[in-house]
Design a protein around this ligand. Structure first.
Ligand code: 5GP
Ligand code: ZN
Length: 112
């Protein structure tokens, strides 16, 4: 999607701090980290949010969770939070599906 910030990051048109990449997904550090570790994992194919996941595109979501588990093990993260905001009221500001991976500090529940 030409006017999508994260599609531009995937295309290398906007620089990012890469954590991991494969054919299906890209992981990079959040520009405004909310925890000592805070990276985003996104599908390379544009999906607007969890609300656009369906039978045709859901395989990439399972793949992303495998990648998250792998990266967490590699980085020695034994406690972490995975978050996806859907819609503006929930805090979504970039409308390309992404999973926040946060770790390295105490976290509250319920979230604010
Ligand atoms: P959302 O608010 O949609 O759940 O999450 C979007 C995230 O993208 C935010 O945590 C924000 O800091 C991050 N972000 C926004 N623009 C950029 C950018 O240009 N580069 C990087 N690395 N992260 C960004
Ligand atoms: Zn996009």
């Amino acid at each position: 999607m030409s006017d999508c910030l994260f599609c531009k990051i995937i295309a290398g048109e906007i620089p990012s701090s890469k954590v991991y990449e494969d054919d299906l997904c890209y992981a990079f550090n959040d520009i405004a980290p909310q925890a000592p570790t805070h990276f985003l994992v996104i599908p390379k194919a544009h999906i607007g949010s969890v609300s656009e996941v369906n039978a045709d595109n859901s395989a990439v979501v399972a793949h992303i969770f495998e990648v998250i588990a792998k990266l967490a093990k590699e980085q020695g993260m034994d406690s972490y939070r995975v978050v996806s905001n859907i819609g503006e009221q929930a805090g979504q500001s970039v409308f390309h599906l992404h999973f926040h991976v946060l770790s390295g500090r105490d976290m509250t529940w319920p979230p604010g």
